[in-house]
Design a protein around this ligand. Structure first.
Ligand code: SAM
Ligand code: SF4
Length: 457
């Protein structure tokens, strides 16, 4: 059967979609570039904010309104909605929660055996599974890149499932379940296999990835045996991956500021392939709001973590997530966030307007900041970040950056784009012999808030 997957939400969803793609292909189904040609369309959903959920559910509803093909919903919104999903989306054939995505090929096979998509819509299928299950197929990678996935020479690798952090506003622990760290040897083998297929860059994924190995043991031997003296599970994993031939770059996301240990800083110093970028969501610059969110660090503690990283290299890229309009956020709290962003000198920032999520602790509080004020705070932070991004990038003009070339730029097909170690987008004119995945030196000639422009050095 021909199939197409639409993916909403974070990198974790992109990775899950790719694994489903690989498993469906292995079962003999054929991926198509567009939903119009597909007999099966799957929507991978997000529910972290109300709007994100509405988008995915709305898309699925539109697909189901046109009969004649099989439609499935997977991901976080399924776990939140449970059996109600079939009332919300009439005609939906199956719905599968985030820890059960590996069951999709079997469900599709069973529905096909019932004559779907052409023999009407008898019973639909729901697989929620509780968060304790460890999905199989976590190491399944498609031969070519699927929608949103990074490309043939870059790959996501899931290392930590779920989240045990319980930040007051966040629905992720409810829908993605308890933390489970994959065995380290399994990850090393997977990355080795990716390297042999030509992958140059891996990005390790986890909601709070620095907690890798905290909840369950991941190394078969004792933690003391790394000959270079790495004792903490995640730094030790990075160190092991750094030794794999063919892999040139190692990234990871997202990092909780509390995991920024001295050993992690040592990894950046000693492991050449570990990129000098951390996505370190701060959420707020107000100690009062941080405490209410249950983030377990202070403004000062956060800035200390940033200082450690910038102590390694002033151009170490630090990016962040911020929430505006959290319940009870005053003008003073907001200004504290603004000043923290200035002090941290973020290279990039994603700003989110607070959205109450059912079942979270914060949803019990009054959503006190009016929507228009959330919009204003959002715009103020984005304008600050534009200026700051330009300043930070401006410092790189005249320097030479090592760039992993990705291919023709979307805006101007005569130019190529790629990323430096700090994950900054760099646009340049390619040479004739250049291939996607090449590492090239680019001298930076121009800076924009989110893009650097340069020429081959
Ligand atoms: N696990 C990551 C972390 O903690 O850094 C990110 C999780 S979440 C998928 C991505 C971002 O969405 C968070 O960093 C937060 O800024 C934002 N977010 C989560 N819940 C939210 C909510 N209820 N309203 C608005 N933004 C939210
Ligand atoms: Fe949500 Fe906090 Fe876990 Fe991130 S660390 S997924 S914000 S609960």
């Amino acid at each position: 059967m021909t199939f197409h997957i639409h993916t909403y939400g974070c990198q974790m969803n992109v990775r899950d979609s790719e694994a489903v793609c690989a498993m469906l292909e292995a079962a003999g189904h054929i991926r198509t570039g567009s939903e119009d040609d597909a007999e099966l369309v799957i929507v991978n959903s997000c529910t972290v904010r109300q709007k994100a959920e509405e988008k995915a559910v709305g898309k699925c509803g539109n697909l189901c309104a046109r009969p004649g093909r099989m439609v499935g919903l997977m991901g976080c919104a399924v776990k939140r909605l449970g059996a109600d999903v079939f009332a919300r989306i009439p005609g939906l054939d199956f719905a599968v929660g985030p820890r059960a995505f590996w069951m999709i090929p079997r469900i599709v096979g069973e529905l096909q055996a019932q004559g779907r998509p052409h023999a009407g819509k008898p019973a639909n299928r729901l697989e929620l599974y509780d968060g304790s299950d460890v999905p199989v197929g976590l190491d399944a990678h498609a031969d070519s890149s699927s929608e949103g996935s990074p490309g043939a020479f870059k790959s996501y690798v899931t290392v930590l499932l779920g989240c045990d952090n319980r930040c007051s506003y966040c629905i992720v622990p409810d829908v993605r379940g308890r933390e489970y760290s994959r065995p380290a040897e399994e990850i090393v083998a997977e990355v080795g296999c990716l390297a042999s297929r030509g992958v140059k860059e891996v990005c390790l994924l986890g909601q709070s990835v620095l907690r890798y190995g905290v909840g369950n043991p991941v190394w078969r031997d004792s933690v003391d045996v790394d000959p270079d003296g790495f004792r903490e599970a995640f730094p030790r994993l990075l160190h092991a991956l750094n030794g794999i031939d063919g892999i040139e770059r190692i990234r990871f996301t997202s990092a909780h500021p509390n995991g920024c240990t001295d050993e992690l800083v040592r990894v950046f110093r000693e492991c050449r392939k570990v990129c000098r970028h951390m996505h370190l969501p701060v959420q707020s610059g107000s100690d009062r709001i941080l405490a209410d969110m249950g983030r377990r660090y202070s403004r000062a503690g956060y800035l200390e973590a940033v200082a450690k990283l910038r102590g390694l290299d002033p151009e170490f890229a630090v990016t962040t997530d911020v929430i505006v309009g959290y319940p009870g956020e005053t003008e003073e709290d907001f200004e504290a966030t603004r000043s923290l962003m200035e002090e941290a000198g973020f290279d990039n920032a994603f700003v989110f307007k607070y959205s109450p999520r059912p079942g979270t602790r914060a949803a019990l509080l009054e959503d006190s900041v009016p929507q228009a004020e959330k919009e204003r705070r959002d715009q103020v932070l984005l304008a600050d970040q534009e200026r700051r991004g330009l300043e930070r990038n401006g410092r790189l003009v005249g320097t030479v950056r090592e760039v992993l070339a990705e291919g023709p730029s979307l805006r101007n097909r005569m130019r190529w784009s790629g990323r430096d170690s700090g994950n900054r987008i760099v646009v340049f004119e390619p040479s004739r012999r250049m291939a996607p995945g090449d590492l090239v030196d680019v001298e930076i000639t121009e800076a924009h808030p989110q893009v650097l422009v340069g020429r081959l050095a």
